[in-house]
Design a protein around this ligand. Structure first.
Ligand SMILES: [Fe+2]
Ligand SMILES: [Fe+2]
Length: 245
């Protein structure tokens, strides 16, 4: 494998192209390792409960350790926004399925990245863009940010016969969305301009779980055009459905 490769793409519409070195440079993800980040480090980190600031620090660390990432890369704006204005690091991943607990969303997102690191050599081949891979795996569920609120309900304790308050998560009354994958893509695109394969990967990451007949035609085309679509669906299902994270 050659050393650092530089990718060119227009950062501003109508502006000049400038050099952008991807998160740990462009190239294959080998032996379960993304640059200096092994998938095992992620799964070890989320194996024990953390708090929102620990998760936020871990995610910052993933990008800080990338040697070619510019200090004015838009990723820093996205991370600051998530830390300061959202519940990304404390929210659940769902109300009743996987990760229906505090910090469930970030734990799921990190698990999808860990799965992605392991799957990439098989599913994406040699020229994986690690920046897009990292961003897409970590933020594929941005539609769930500021979506849930904690509530309590009365539940009868079968042993004592007493009514007790039980916490649960509900979707906020004011939550509005263009649809799961599209909402995630729209929110992410306010900060990061993905390439088309990764746009489709985020858009279609729910696979057959969230499809109208016309969506199915569109997703079939995306699946056969871009390997990244099946890649992100698989990384997401392994985390959410198989491992329930
Ligand atoms: Fe999702
Ligand atoms: Fe997900």
């Amino acid at each position: 494998m050659a050393g650092i490769q530089v990718e060119l793409w227009p950062r501003e519409e109508g502006g000049e192209q400038e050099e952008h070195i991807t998160v740990q440079e462009k190239g294959p993800v080998e032996n379960g390792r993304l640059g200096s980040l092994p998938a095992e480090d992620i799964t070890d980190f989320i194996a024990s409960p953390g708090n929102p600031s620990a998760y936020a620090g871990f995610v910052r660390g993933i990008f800080k350790e990338s040697p070619g990432l510019s200090p004015d890369d838009k990723i820093w704006n996205l991370l600051a926004y998530l830390e300061d204005e959202t519940d990304f690091y404390s929210a659940p991943a769902s109300t009743r399925y996987h990760g229906a607990e505090p910090c469930g969303l970030i734990r799921h997102s990190l698990m999808v990245l860990a799965n992605g690191i392991k799957l990439a050599p098989l599913m994406l081949g040699a020229e994986t863009d690690r920046y897009y891979l990292t961003v897409s795996c970590l933020f594929h569920d941005l539609c769930k940010v500021n979506m849930y609120e904690p509530k309590t309900r009365n539940v009868k304790n079968e042993k004592t016969g007493e009514w007790e308050k039980e916490p649960f998560y509900a979707v906020r009354q004011d939550y509005i969305s263009f649809g799961h994958g599209i909402e995630s893509l729209l929110r992410l695109s306010r900060f990061i301009s993905l390439s088309d394969p990764w746009r489709h990967a985020v858009r279609w990451h729910m696979g057959a779980y969230d499809l109208s007949p016309l969506d199915k035609m569109a997703m079939d085309k995306a699946l056969t055009t871009y390997r990244e679509v099946l890649f992100l669906q698989t990384a997401d299902m392994l985390a959410g459905v198989v491992d329930a994270v």
